[in-house]
Design a protein around this ligand. Structure first.
Ligand SMILES: Cc1cc2nc3c(=O)[nH]c(=O)nc-3n(C[C@H](O)[C@H](O)[C@H](O)COP(=O)(O)O)c2cc1C
Length: 256
């Protein structure tokens, strides 16, 4: 196994950090690596917000579904999908006149642009994850940045065509930290050849078989199987309700 594969194999989402600070040079290397990531049309439809301020981290640890470890990470990186800069540039480039000459009208950022900007932001984020790992720095994505859109927009000064998409906590692994990599589904349920494979009900049951085996019936959701328990904990929970509401608001705001 080469070094890159080993780093990928050994990475875990890190939610406890050593006291060691991340110095400027190291952080710059992580940011530089993120910016070397592939990006649609070389447009870099994202921005990276570096958050070290304790008050800001404290606030985010509450607004992102009360996850106190966020406040304890030395650095938080927020990757925002960003069409604002291109939209402004197109406007400054007199796109309305250009389109009029061509008999068309200027298209402000569309949902297609949004999809590409979200892809760009997350690809850059994951590149930062791997760069950080290679220097002994662990990370954890915070999906709950998708919640409370209005609060985050205000808090982080986000204009119309900028969406908070990927948040990462960063910090060094503690000495003697015991890595416990989480299992994954078997590749036969994930990797298909040439065309999508619609799994049978039996396949689906087999896919979740390992989790079902570990299911305990006296759980706090009153669930009778693993599916019900998972849904109760995640997709059917209060925080997910907020995430659904917040994302609808983001989509509404990205007018086209
Ligand atoms: C998009 C995304 C959102 C996530 N959000 C959170 C989160 O809000 N809080 C958290 O503790 N972990 C979060 N995680 C980490 C996952 O729980 C973790 O990746 C998963 O359990 C697999 O574990 P591993 O990363 O250690 O392999 C998120 C991961 C991704 C990719």
């Amino acid at each position: 196994m080469n070094d890159t594969l080993r780093i990928i194999e050994e990475r875990v989402s890190l939610r406890r950090y050593s006291e060691k600070e991340i110095d400027k040079e190291t952080l710059n290397q992580i940011l530089y690596s993120a910016m070397r990531a592939p990006t649609a049309g070389n447009m870099m439809m994202y921005s990276i917000i570096v958050i070290r301020n304790q008050e800001m981290k404290d606030k985010l640890s509450v607004t992102c579904d009360d996850q106190p470890f966020i406040a304890k990470a030395p650095v938080v990186l927020l990757f925002v999908a960003d069409m604002e800069k291109w939209h402004r540039y197109f406007k400054l480039s007199d796109m309305d006149a250009f389109e009029e000459k061509r008999g068309g009208t200027y298209s402000p950022p569309s949902k297609a642009d949004m999809m590409l900007a979200v892809s760009d932001a997350l690809i850059a984020a994951q590149t930062a994850v791997i760069a950080a790992e290679s220097m002994g720095i662990g990370s954890c994505y915070i999906g709950d940045i998708l919640e409370n859109y209005e609060i985050h927009r205000e808090l982080l000064n986000l204009p119309q065509y900028v969406l908070p998409i990927g948040m990462l906590t960063l910090g060094y692994y503690e000495e003697n930290f015991k890595r416990n990599p989480r299992s994954r589904f078997d590749s036969k349920f994930i990797v298909f050849n040439e065309k999508y494979k619609n799994l049978t009900d039996e396949d689906i049951k087999e896919m979740f078989g390992e989790e079902e085996k570990k299911f305990v019936s006296n759980n706090r959701y009153g669930a009778e199987n693993y599916g019900q328990m998972f849904y109760g904990r995640k997709n059917g929970s209060e925080f997910f309700k907020e995430m659904r509401r917040s994302v609808e608001e983001m989509l509404k705001n990205w007018k086209y």
